[in-house]
Design a protein around this ligand. Structure first.
Ligand SMILES: Nc1ncnc2c1ncn2[C@@H]1O[C@H](COP(=O)(O)OP(=O)(O)OP(=O)(O)O)[C@@H](O)[C@H]1O
Ligand SMILES: [Mg+2]
Length: 1013
């Protein structure tokens, strides 16, 4: 019977025939009974069948042959049947790997079970075969025979195909070189190819996406750059546009062929609390820093780099090192008060930018909409305050921003590509017909990113028509499809990358994964998903990362975050502080809440150390929210609330501070947590103190003190006593303050806190100077200097010793103390105390050369202004005006004194305020000012100042001829003087009496009364 007769209603159709054979099956399962073997075969074939169903192939099983035949194109036809056949074959190959794992799990070592595949595409006869009773659907023909034959000739895991259309698919799949094989029953040999795997879309192609249009925008950037180079002035450009419009691309183009350095930095932070993000990136770029560098190497890189840039910058090194949490730097910076640190770091960056501006560098701040506050402070300081002659380019999504509104700038708005240009991009690779191109341009509104993603998608899936899919709906769906079409192993790798963040060090990821990942990275680069620069991998676009990230299943995502977090902990243990924010972020997303809380708190404290107070407040608030979710952390919430309160006190938002302390009290009362209740009441007391509401402050502080006493929480008492002392100092009641300071000192002593003891002694000595108790002050300081351990306190003590010596008139002693404090402040890198020591030293030496003294004082003043330290501004101004007055340069003296007076009022520095008033009264010969000064001095209860004011008033009255009044003032001054001198002895006494102002009082009184004193 001929074939023709058997087939009824047969159809000739093109289809792809795939044979899959299980190999080594009997070897693998030789120990199993025959009937069990039969079942096993069904099981394995069934898994293959499932894969076939995935690609909509039609399955025929021949289980006795351990074979399966799958047809693509019969009966259902797809446009891409051959491609489906190939994909199916590659999946089957992967399946064998899965089986091996399973077999190993049931302790079958070295599994041998495998598959081989043959594929052939051609025409087949398809139809129903046989008579009424035995008819079944089948295909026959040479095509089928050849496919079966190809399956037989392969070794394990081989996929052989006759590549009638191999060329068509070479962009998607990789094939081995073709071999001529003679097949039984065929005269001519057949060209056979081995299907190896998927092809990475060619990198060259992706790279050569032509950059189109944007001439106008780049021209504006170029002309601004020219102006900047010519005028050496600050220039700003703002580039705005929606996601994917090509802002970053424009910058890349702008950077090409420029002979000035252009630093392209990203402000993007992944929603973590990192501060100084773009500036840290600048440093790593400038100095070639890697997170895996040892601390020593980092220090070396930073210091050498700075020296090369500008030797004077080496001074700033410690602050940059501090930013990278290098321990050596940390120990130096701890001596700088919190309130100065941020200013100091800002100052360092501004200096760095000044040096870069000299090299005509340009800073591009990309993703500016995400900039952190600390960086913003630096930028606004550089542009607005210091007018650093640097060119900045801000690249941002359209978003309102106060800083941007307040600076002079050019604005470049980036919209979609004009139609012609969009078409030009789309036509490059002849992937689409005109109709499709129209459709794409319309749907994408010329958004270049959207367009390029569609091209990439089409390249990876040449067989697919883009309008069949719903991918044109949004750029997200194109990216999603593109990710989906990656080989599954690469896809998993991409997911891990997306968890790492928008950019990551390849080394770090390699450590996490624990194997060589260069190939995977390269593959993702070839797909245009990543690009690599200097060991750092970057996502080509943030949206690609976002889509990849969000397509990971929730549970898996958590696991990956945990993996990344744990690896960071493991590999960066020695510099873990640099990673607090990142760890908080990863643990939060890993739902490891306890750890997330820990690191959020740590990052808040770190922010506090950098004086990034707003960031610290936000982090604490985040932590509180998380703590509410964990039962055994709830009890710590009041402490965090208090921390927020304290921070609000620091930044001067006292009402908010009080609110937080109140919240803390409410919870603490409920939890019967007395300590928190007391410290929160203390916090409120401090808020009122800072607000100048002394009565209220006293009420709260006393209440806290009483509670601490009644609850016997003794360690809180010395601080409370000291705070009440501070309150009375502010209030001007020095005597009461002294009592509290003394109490505080004794309590610190009782609990053996040496550091606080010396601090308190310093406060006491300072008060004694104000009270004119020089002898006591001197002895207190001597004692404190003997026990002091903390270097910072030591600087303060030596400074005070100098001041005391200066007030008593022992100039050589004063000079040597100031010299000591200067050296020590240099050693610990404390700029504020450095300036302070310099001021005193210059003034004390001024008798030798007044002009030189004014010069060096002016330098100190300038430095103080740069770091914005008002107390030093006050001091320097005072001494400058004093020397001007001595030189008879009254105009200069008055001008400087007026400026200082204003500053003293701003910072509520009462002592200097009175000193300025006295000086100005003299300069302007104003009785009114003199009276005002005397009244204020009395209010402050400072005998020294009262005495000076009285002398001044006496001299004024004497000049105006009212001798009677003059005598009265003089005698009052004289009795104060006597009171002070009474407690002085020996050298101190003589020196003090020979001071010019005191001599004058004594002379006047002798002259007027005719007696000697
Ligand atoms: N002028 C252009 N010509 C050709 N392709 C472009 C052009 N501009 C952008 N592209 C393509 O679009 C992609 C996205 O552009 P780019 O990353 O510059 O956007 P963006 O505006 O910076 O987006 P985002 O705000 O999300 O950072 C680029 O990778 C590039 O492939
Ligand atoms: Mg961008």
């Amino acid at each position: 019977m001929g074939t023709r007769k058997l087939i009824s209603r047969g159809i000739r159709k093109k289809c792809s025939v795939v044979f899959v054979e299980l190999t080594n099956f009997y070897t693998q399962f030789s120990s199993i009974s025959l009937s069990d073997q039969g079942e096993l075969i069904w099981g394995y074939l069934f898994e293959i069948e499932e894969l076939a169903n995935k690609y909509e192939g039609t399955v025929y099983k021949f289980h006795w042959l351990r074979r399966i035949m799958v047809l693509f194109g019969v009966p259902k036809v797809h446009k891409d049947d051959e491609e489906r056949a190939y994909r199916f074959a590659l999946d089957v190959k992967n399946l064998a790997r899965k089986w091996h794992k399973e077999l190993k799990n049931i302790s079958m070592d070295n599994p041998v079970l495998n598959v081989r595949v043959g594929i052939n595409t051609g025409f087949v006869y398809y139809g129903i075969i046989g008579q009424q009773k035995t008819k079944y659907i089948t295909v026959i023909g040479d095509t089928v025979n050849l496919a079966a034959r190809l399956c037989s000739i392969g070794a394990d895991k081989d996929i052989f195909t006759t590549g009638s259309e191999v060329k068509t698919y070479k962009d998607i799949f990789r094939f081995g070189r073709g071999k001529d094989i003679t097949i039984k029953g065929k005269k001519e040999s057949v060209k056979v190819y081995k299907l190896i795997g998927y092809r990475m879309t060619g990198k060259a192609k992706i790279k050569s996406f032509p950059f189109v249009d944007r001439e106008k925008e780049i021209a504006l950037l170029n002309s601004t750059l020219e102006e900047y180079i010519r005028e050496k002035k600050n220039k700003n450009v703002l580039v705005v546009g929606d996601h994917g419009m090509g802002k970053t691309s424009i910058i890349k183009k702008f950077r090409e062929n420029k002979n000035v350095p252009i630093y392209h930095l990203s402000c993007f932070r992944e929603g973590s609390a990192i501060h100084y993000k773009p500036f840290k990136e600048l440093l790593t770029r400038l100095f070639n820093i890697f997170p895996t560098d040892s601390e020593g190497l980092m220090i070396k890189k930073i210091e050498n780099g700075l020296r090369e840039l500008d030797p004077s910058l080496v001074e700033e090194a410690v602050f940059f090192e501090y930013l990278f949490s290098i321990k050596e730097a940390q120990s130096k910076v701890t001596f700088i008060p919190f309130s100065q640190r941020k200013k100091r770091i800002t100052f360092s960056f501004v200096n760095l930018m000044k040096a870069l501006a000299k090299k005509k560098a340009v800073m591009v701040l990309d993703d500016y909409q995400d900039i952190d506050r600390s960086s913003k402070v630096v930028i606004s300081r550089a542009i607005i305050t210091d007018k650093v002659p640097m060119m900045y380019v801000f690249v941002s999504l359209p978003k309102q921003d106060k800083l941007m509104d307040s600076i002079n700038k050019e604005v470049v708005r980036i919209g979609g590509l004009p139609r012609d240009y969009a078409v030009k991009v789309l036509k490059q690779y002849e992937l689409f017909d005109d109709k499709t191109i129209d459709l794409i341009v319309e749907k994408t509104n010329g958004n270049p990113f959207f367009i390029v993603e569609i091209i990439r998608y089409k390249m990876a899936n040449p067989g697919k028509e883009i309008w069949e899919k719903e991918i044109l709906q949004s750029v997200y769906s194109v990216i999603m499809e593109r990710i989906d079409s990656l080989p599954s192993k690469l896809k998993s790798f991409l997911f891990i990358c997306s968890v790492m963040g928008i950019s990551f060090y390849i080394d770090t990821l390699e450590r996490i994964i624990g194997e060589d990942i260069k190939k995977n990275i390269q593959d993702l680069c070839d797909y245009g998903i990543l690009y690599v620069n200097d060991g750092v991998a970057y996502f080509a676009h943030s949206l690609v990362r976002q889509v990849a990230y969000h397509s990971i299943l929730m549970e898996e995502r958590k696991g990956l975050h945990k993996l990344v977090a744990e690896s960071i902990e493991k590999y960066h243990m020695d510099r873990i502080e640099d990673f607090y924010e990142i760890l908080a972020y990863h643990y939060l997303n890993a739902s490891v809440t306890e750890k997330a809380i820990d690191y959020t708190l740590l990052s808040a404290e770190k922010a506090k150390r950098f004086y990034a107070n707003e960031v610290a407040i936000e982090e604490y608030q985040k932590a509180i929210k998380l703590m509410g979710e964990v039962e055994n952390r709830k009890k710590d919430i009041p402490v965090v609330l208090e921390s927020i309160g304290n921070l609000y006190n620091v930044v001067g938002e006292f009402e908010k501070a009080i609110q937080y302390f109140d919240k803390s009290i409410k919870i603490s009362v409920k939890d019967q947590n007395s300590i928190s209740v007391i410290t929160s009441i203390e916090g409120i007391g401090m808020s009122h103190l800072y607000k100048g509401e002394y009565d209220l402050s006293l009420q709260f502080l006393t209440r806290a003190k009483q509670l601490a006493e009644s609850k016997k929480i003794e360690y809180l008492l010395p601080r409370l006593q000291a705070n009440i002392g501070h309150l009375f100092v502010q209030w001007g009641d020095f005597f009461t303050a002294l009592i509290y300071y003394n109490n505080s000192f004794n309590l610190w002593k009782k609990i053996n806190n040496l550091e606080e003891q010396t601090q308190t002694l310093k406060n006491i000595a300072e008060l004694h100077i104000k009270l004119g108790n020089y002898q006591l002050s001197y002895e207190t300081l001597r004692f404190a200097l003997n026990i002091v351990k903390n270097k910072r306190t030591e600087v303060e003590l030596r400074l005070l010793m100098g001041i005391l010596s200066l007030e008593i008139g022992m100039l050589p002693k004063a000079i040597s103390f100031f010299e000591e404090s200067l050296n020590l402040s240099k050693k610990i890198g404390d700029r504020v105390y450095n300036i302070r020591s310099n001021i005193f030293l210059s003034y004390t030496r001024s008798s030798d050369n007044k002009k030189e003294a004014i010069n060096s004082l002016s330098n100190s003043l300038k430095e103080a202004e740069i770091i914005g330290s008002k107390p030093e501004i006050c001091l320097a101004s005072y001494y400058i005006s004093l020397i001007y007055a001595e030189l008879g340069m009254m105009k200069n003296a008055t001008k400087t004194a007026l400026k200082g007076l204003r500053t003293s009022e701003i910072i509520n520095d009462k002592v200097n305020n009175i000193r300025f008033l006295i000086l100005l009264a003299k300069l302007e010969n104003s009785t009114k000012l003199g009276t005002k000064a005397a009244a204020k001095a009395k209010e402050l209860n400072s005998p020294i100042l009262i005495k000076d004011a009285l002398l001044l008033l006496g001299e004024m009255e004497e000049k105006s001829g009212d001798i009677e009044k003059a005598v009265e003032y003089y005698s009052q001054a004289q009795s104060i003087l006597q009171g002070i001198v009474e407690y002085l002895s020996g050298e101190l006494k003589n020196s003090f009496l020979s001071l010019e102002c005191n001599r004058r009082i004594i002379d006047k009184m002798s002259k007027m009364s005719g007696r000697k004193f």
